[in-house]
Design a protein around this ligand. Structure first.
Ligand code: FES
Length: 103
C-alpha cells in the first residue's frame, strides 16, 4: 500500500480517482466517512467518470455512471437508478492512517 492523499484533499460530498495495484478506484468522502470502490460499473465493468474525478451527479448526491446515467449511493455503493439497479459497486481496500488515506 502507498499513501494516496490526505482525507481533506477530498471535499465533503465529492470523490476522487486513484490508481492502485489491482486497477483504478474512486474514493468518496461524506459526513459518514470515507468509502472506496472499484472504478467499474457493475453491469458492464467500464469506468464511471467521463473526466478525471468527475464521479458525481450534478447535485453531488450520487456517484454516476457517465455513460448511462446510473446512480449509486455513495455510502453503500448500491445502484438506485439505471440498468444495474440493485447491484453494487465493488468495495476497494483502503486504510485510514490518521489524516491519510492509503491504498
Ligand atoms: S456501464 Fe453500467 S450504467 Fe453505465
Amino acid at each position: 500500500m502507498r499513501k494516496l492523499c490526505e482525507i481533506n484533499d477530498i471535499p465533503l460530498g465529492q470523490a476522487r480517482g486513484f490508481s492502485v495495484q489491482g486497477g483504478p478506484i474512486l474514493i468518496h468522502r461524506s459526513e459518514q466517512g470515507v468509502r472506496a470502490y472499484r472504478d467499474a460499473c457493475p453491469h458492464l465493468g467500464i469506468d464511471l467518470a467521463w473526466n478525471p474525478d468527475a464521479y458525481m451527479d450534478l447535485e453531488n448526491r450520487h456517484i454516476q455512471c457517465s455513460t448511462h446515467g446510473a446512480l449509486f449511493e455513495p455510502t453503500t455503493g448500491e445502484c438506485v437508478f439505471g440498468p444495474c439497479i440493485g447491484q453494487h459497486l465493488t468495495p476497494a481496500l483502503i486504510e485510514i492512517k490518521g489524516s491519510e488515506i492509503w491504498g
